[in-house]
Design a protein around this ligand. Structure first.
Ligand code: NOJ
Length: 533
């Protein structure tokens, strides 16, 4: 099936979107109650972070039953209703496919632990652990009954053994189960680490010792090809893989149509421009680094999945923009960039109103398993407490997971939410922005409309015209139109010498003259129709 390049995707983190039954936790009925809002944005696809049964060690990314809904979120009936109500509005749903690991409370793991011959090899067991370390810090092995099992994430997330054919059959069955219910496809969690080529010791590294044995292995490509051939191709589907540490070449190996694997992938390269070695060690953000990285991926990759936020990343306006003085301008600038790059745009809930990082003042306020693990690990590395806490404030995944800001008093739930609500819901919220024509929310709506109206946003090629420490100026062109996109990613007024004429299609700043002077965080898109001489 040919890739549909027209789609705009909206990601929901169900726990934090809308609570319908007053328990402080978002749920499926809550999402249904907001479908008209989602429709009003103009998006086509909803990606739902996991709603499966789970003990929630990693908020649903530890699945204990792939075919059941976590009661906190509702019932299977609710889920079926969500799918049909969304479809009625022309919105398709993709779900998370987490197949690197399950929960340790999954029946397969429980039986594997008991030594049940059918399930023993569903997971990776060893008499002696190797030296691999986990994504959440610390050892990647834990012991049960004198044997060690591998977990690349928390110890409650044992890795599945993809060398064992019944695992493949089980997962195919799970995929069919959901596709038969009418979902449109999957966001495939950490998909490029699922196949372990060997269990030998790895080269010692600061993070992820052992990764050369499981990162981007040939066996992973074989698995993806088989899932595509035997399952996905039997339906009309859409797939996006989450892939860690990939190069453009490795990305193409996963998505080129002739490879018959995935439709597109989320890479992390542009999320690494403000860090040294790993995400916890942040450096000052230099826009040029972001522009360089985006340019490379625009030029070298067949089709990008473009995103600035998701449930694992801090909020983009706090990270790449200015969430104080230029909140409105910089949120809109980021939106302009997101929608004018070549690829499929992904919006994470709340991004469309410019939600900011959380206001966490103490460690107890963080709920994320990774945040707490890394904080503890920092202690063993003798990083002073104050600095560790600052690192968490900047980088914790909980920054993205604070409750959706529906109105001045929150509007997410009638009781205390599971994670602290941002104070700034008083002035950053859907209700206010919905009725304000010049709001960030309405700017997103406008951009989505423009993207649908002018094909050049979708199929135009990409050419950089100028890149400086502040300015990113590029052109998108097809047979009918040229688009000129200019952004000034800085707090300073900046002059741009070369400016093409054309009609100003959209801008985030209102002024009398749109000349060569760009205001702080100004973004403009010009359009020019080509003449047929
Ligand atoms: C990536 C997910 O986005 C993240 O939230 C999760 O912790 C890990 N994969 C493990 O499933």
């Amino acid at each position: 099936m040919a890739l549909n390049k027209d789609l705009v995707v909206y990601q929901i983190y169900p726990r934090s979107f809308k609570d319908s039954n007053d328990d402080g936790i978002g749920d499926i009925k809550g999402i249904i109650s907001k479908l008209n809002y989602i429709k009003s944005l103009g998006v086509d696809v909803l990606w739902l972070s996991p709603v499966y049964k789970s003990p929630n060690d990693d908020n649903g990314y530890d699945i204990s039953d792939y075919k059941a809904i976590n009661p906190e979120f509702g019932s299977m009936k609710d889920m079926e209703k969500l799918i049909s109500e969304a479809n009625l509005r022309g919105i398709k749903i993709i779900m998370d496919l987490v197949i690197n690991h399950t929960s340790d409370e999954h029946e397969w793991f429980q039986k594997s632990v008991q030594g049940d011959p059918k399930y023993k090899n569903y997971y990776i067991w060893k008499d002696k652990p190797n030296n691999w370390t986990s994504f959440f810090g610390g050892k990647a092995w834990d012991k049960i009954n004198n044997q060690y099992y591998l977990h690349l994430f928390s110890k409650k997330q044992p890795d599945l053994n993809w060398h064992h054919p019944p695992v493949m059959d089980e997962i195919k069955d799970v995929m069919r189960f959901w596709l038969d219910k009418g979902i449109y496809g999957f966001r495939c969690d950490v998909i490029n680490i699922i196949f372990k080529s060997s269990l030998k010791n790895g080269r010692k590294r600061l993070v992820l010792t052992g990764r050369e044995h499981y990162h981007q292995q040939e066996g992973m490509h074989d698995i993806l090809k088989e899932l595509r051939r035997d399952v996905l191709n039997q339906y009309e589907t859409f797939t996006v893989g989450e892939t860690v540490m990939v190069t453009p070449k490795q990305a193409n190996d996963l998505i080129l149509p002739e490879r018959k694997e995935l439709d597109m992938i989320f890479s992390f390269a542009h999320m690494e421009v403000d860090q040294i070695n790993n995400k916890w060690f942040k450096t000052k953000f230099k826009p040029k680094k972001l522009f360089n990285c985006l340019t490379k991926w625009q030029e070298e990759v067949y089709w990008n999945a473009n995103y600035f936020e998701n449930h694992d990343q801090p909020r983009s306006v706090s990270r790449f923009g200015d969430d104080q003085t230029y909140h409105d301008e910089s949120a809109k600038l980021l939106a302009t960039l997101l929608f004018s790059l070549r690829g499929t745009p992904y919006i994470f809930q709340g991004q469309e109103i410019g939600m900011t990082n959380g206001d966490f003042m103490a460690m107890e306020e963080f709920k994320d398993v990774e945040t707490h693990r890394i904080y503890e690990l920092g202690k063993t590395l003798r990083i002073p407490e104050k600095i560790r806490f600052k690192m968490m404030q900047k980088t914790s995944r909980d920054n993205a997971r604070t409750p959706m800001q529906w109105h001045q008093n929150g509007g997410f739930s009638t009781v205390d939410p599971w994670l602290k609500q941002n104070e700034n819901t008083k002035f950053i919220n859907v209700l206010d922005q919905d009725s304000h024509a010049k709001s960030i929310l309405n700017y997103y709506r406008q951009l989505i409309k423009l993207r649908k109206k002018y094909h050049v946003f979708r199929d135009g090629d990409f050419q950089v015209l100028r890149k400086t420490n502040k300015i990113f100026y590029f052109k998108r062109a097809n047979e009918i139109h040229d688009l000129y996109v200019i952004i000034n990613m800085s707090k300073k007024e900046t002059i741009i010498k070369e400016l093409n004429d054309g009609e100003l299609l959209i801008t985030n700043i209102e002024k009398k003259y749109y000349d060569h002077v760009l205001s702080p965080y100004e973004a403009r898109i010009y359009i020019k129709e080509k003449r047929n001489d």
